[in-house]
Design a protein around this ligand. Structure first.
Ligand code: UDP
Length: 361
């Protein structure tokens, strides 16, 4: 595939002198970070908002070979009790929600009192436990419970702790979504960045082609698989769940729709969040394009679902993957093929690592 995992693998193999054919099911490259400039001059992320952030210097150096990055630190507000408040929860969020004015050095004690009043399992067994053990039931219920039910359509107690670990809790006034060392948005878009990755004399790209329909035609030395894990094995151990989204794009005749790029709606409305794209690259236009995200159980597989059942099934599939990888004929990389909730930088990192090891071997 021509997403980040596939394009990274292709580039590294091409630079090692291998001839690479990329087979992409979509009619475009860049997978789910595909973007385009719309008629109003606004760069729209076709499959929902993507913000690049990493602590990995090797990954940062790698992507910087293919694009310049626009300075951007992601800010999110959450619409709670009729107000926009900073999210992830920080000192300002707490002051606004509880109507208190406390200094940074008192925030931990404040949260500790909230936690003491609350019930949860120690050590944490699930998503709810992780959040409640950090902020207590009141903040969990306002910011996390209903967003999680909307997004995953299941009880937060069925989700594994890892999902909650994506979201930091801060006692200071840092209101950024991510605290990674390197952050930004590709100046000319993710699609251009991936096109540049694939622009190498040893790489050919076929788009609009399903790998499973053509795979018998080729006898490659190595197959780098980036599609759904269960599909590769004909669902031998049962179907893995994926979540999808309905993305409703709207353009309004106003300069700005909301103060920041993303506003989360945990408790109100059916959408989980609204993204206003022009914030990412600070684009100027009289109009603005926004995207409403409605979670769906079926459709394009955007998310894996971190429940015990799915992860047990994953283990069975991954044992088969290991055997294939040991043979030296296959590598499975990326969010879909490894059934892992990777961020963009992690997809690149794992692809670099696996391919470089394969080349060495
Ligand atoms: N989450 C939440 N409230 C929020 C934002 C996130 O409860 O306002 C939970 C929710 O379960 C979500 C998970 O944290 O699926 C991960 O959030 P993230 O923003 O990383 O999701 P992504 O950007 O991958 O959709």
């Amino acid at each position: 595939g021509a997403g980040l995992a596939g394009a990274t693998a292709a580039r590294i193999l091409a630079e090692a002198g291998k001839r690479v054919l990329v087979i992409e099911r979509y009619r475009h490259v860049a997978g789910h970070c595909h973007d385009y400039r719309n008629e109003h001059g606004i760069t729209v992320h076709a499959h929902g908002p993507h913000i690049f952030h990493t602590n990995n210097r090797k990954v940062w150096d790698f992507v910087n070979r293919f694009t310049e990055f626009c300075y951007y630190q992601h800010k999110v507000l959450s619409y709670v009790e009729g107000k926009f408040v900073p999210f992830p929860i920080n000192r300002d969020t707490i002051c606004q929600i509880f109507g208190v004015d406390i200094p940074t050095y008192e925030v931990s004690d404040f949260l500790e009192r909230e936690v003491k009043r609350s019930k949860f399992n120690t050590p944490p067994k699930n998503f709810r436990d992780v959040v409640v053990s950090q902020v207590g039931e009141r903040l969990y219920e306002l910011f996390f419970k209903n967003y999680t039910i909307k997004q995953w359509e299941r009880d937060p107690e069925e989700l594994l702790p890892e999902v909650a670990k994506r979201i930091p809790i801060r006692t200071n006034r840092d209101d950024r979504y991510f605290s990674d060392k390197y952050q930004g948005i590709p100046k000319r878009g993710y699609t251009r960045m991936v096109e540049n990755m694939l622009n190498h004399e040893n790489i050919a790209v076929m788009t609009g082609v399903d790998y499973f329909e053509v795979r018998d035609v080729f006898k490659p030395e190595l197959t780098v698989y980036t599609g759904e894990l269960d599909r590769f094995f004909d669902y031998a151990f049962g179907k893995l769940e994926y979540r999808s989204l309905k993305l409703e794009m709207k353009t309004y005749d106003v300069e700005h729709y909301q103060p920041v790029a993303v506003v989360n709606y945990p408790n109100d409305y059916d959408w989980t969040r609204i993204t206003e794209y022009k914030h990412f690259l600070n684009e100027k236009s009289d109009k603005t394009t926004v995207c409403f995200e409605y979670p769906l159980a079926s459709g394009e597989p955007y998310y894996i679902v971190m429940t015990g059942d799915n992860m047990e099934k994953r283990e069975k599939y991954m044992r088969e993957v290991s055997k294939l990888e040991v043979s030296g004929e296959y590598l499975f990389v990326g969010r879909l093929a490894e059934y892992k909730y990777y961020n963009m930088d992690e997809a690149i990192e794992v692809s670099m690592k696996k391919v470089l090891e394969w080349i060495k071997r």
